[in-house]
Design a protein around this ligand. Structure first.
Ligand code: COA
Length: 402
């Protein structure tokens, strides 16, 4: 088998659904920015060298339907010879895209490819515009269609993750993101043209501005403030807007190459894609997924949790993130994840509670954040992981190329 390498990995900012800077920007335009961003940051490579663009999208319909990967490949100026395909595994869709492109490179079926992701949660709502669950199957097995927030409540109740634990974790996620923003950490962000419609002389006119930061980060967050928020998914529950991932708009893209292409185009990779795993769990507690997927991917590589220098794990909800950290032996050692610790290794620059979770974009977004930070710190092994609606977890292992 050949090896597959990440050469460049970028993302747009993540911005709040409906209330944020990208709410009126079509998903095609977000993806176009990410694809052009990844090419502009790879000097010496022509668009024509890219054989295929794979795009993860969790609700690939309406504006983000019609095989958005192929549509946007052409919008972004790739030639007809660059193909496009859209894939869906909900929250891991674009990590799946990166993994599938890796596999194609490893097999020798392709040598230059992009794995990407997009989601406009403002324009296409979570659940889609016209959900149509199978009627008899819904009656027999409703869990596969269950609200993600209810699964977070289930994890909290079953594994005794208290409201206080969730709010404390959420506070640290916000504070890590605040510190990272101030320190200019998110170098993987591509400044993104954003549209807004304003009324002028009785008609709506499109204005475009540049957005270059994640707009869901809340510097004013306090544990006391979080404790006052009402629960959203169960009257007597513990999951709130403050300890859940934010619903967000964004796109991200990762350029992958095989060894021959690296030589041919004189490119230096950032990281090698070592392994990828998915793990199935119960639908009604889908958030436990990373607790199964991460050990699985580590076993494939003969590594242990202690060998990993950075974890980037999607914070769909604080309850499930805490459960997964407990299972990995990370939670009890607060120095490994606290915003006040210099030796933290878990979501070091904040997670989806502060930065948002644009569903189909998240896999490629977290990849960009992780490989950027691995390079900054000189960390050898990094793990990315997330839970997935329907009851799954996904995890990928990356190795820094010095
Ligand atoms: C939980 C959820 C329903 C909340 O939605 P929302 O009400 O639109 O959330 P918002 O981020 O706008 O926050 C609502 C309010 O909570 C309060 N709030 C949120 N975070 C806060 C914080 N850190 N500190 C203090 N107050 C906070 C604010 O008053 C905020 O209103 P404002 O933005 O006008 O000030 C939504 O974020 C959600 O569904 N998240 C999970 C998404 C999901 O399931 N993804 C898939 C996972 S598998």
């Amino acid at each position: 088998m050949k090896d597959a390498y990440i050469v460049t990995s970028v993302r747009t900012p993540g911005c709040r659904r409906k209330k944020g800077a990208l709410a009126q920007t079509r998903p095609e335009d977000l993806l176009k920015t990410a694809l052009n961003g990844v090419m502009e940051r790879t000097p010496g490579l022509e668009k024509g060298a890219v054989e295929d663009i794979m795009t993860g999208c969790a609700f690939p319909e309406a504006e983000q339907g019609l095989n958005i990967a192929r549509v946007v490949a052409q919008m972004a100026g790739f030639p007809d010879t660059t193909c496009g395909v859209t894939v869906n595994r909900f929250c891991s869709s674009s990590l799946e895209a990166i993994a599938l492109q890796t596999m194609r490179i490893k097999c020798g079926w392709c040598d230059v490819a992009i794995g990407s992701g997009v989601e406009s949660m403002s324009i296409v709502p979570m659940g889609g515009n016209m959900p149509r669950p199978h009627p008899e199957w819904t009656a027999k097995c409703p869990d596969v269609y269950i609200s993600m927030g209810v699964t977070a409540e289930n994890v909290a109740n079953r594994y005794k993750i208290t409201r206080e634990m969730q709010d404390e974790f959420a506070y640290h996620s916000q504070m890590k993101a605040v510190a990272a923003q101030k320190a200019g950490k998110y170098k993987e962000i591509v400044p993104t043209p954003a549209d807004r419609y304003v009324e002028k002389d009785g008609s709506w006119v499109k204005e475009t501005f540049i957005q270059d930061f994640d707009d869901g980060v809340r510097e004013t967050t306090t544990v006391e403030g979080l404790a006052k928020l009402r629960t959203v998914f169960a009257a007597t529950g513990s999951v709130t807007a403050g300890n859940s991932s934010q619903t967000t708009d964004g796109a991200a893209a990762t350029l992958l190459m095989g060894e021959d292409a690296l030589k041919k185009y004189n490119q230096k990779p950032v990281a090698r894609v070592v392994a990828y795993a998915v793990a199935g769990v119960k639908s009604d507690e889908m958030g436990v997924g990373p607790a199964y997927a991460i050990p699985k991917v580590l076993k494939m590589a003969g590594l242990k949790v202690e060998d990993i220098g950075l974890f980037e794990v999607n914070e769909a909800f604080a309850s499930q993130a805490i459960y997964c950290m407990q299972q990995l032996g990370i939670y009890e050692n607060k120095a490994l994840w606290s915003s006040e610790s210099d030796s933290r290794i878990f979501n070091v620059n904040g997670g989806a509670i502060a930065l948002g979770h644009p569903l189909g974009c998240t896999g490629a977004k977290l990849c960009a954040q992780l490989v950027n930070e691995m390079r900054e710190r000189g960390v050898k092994y990094g793990v990315e992981s997330m839970c997935i609606g329907g009851g799954m977890g996904a995890a990928a292992l990356f190795e820094l190329v010095e």
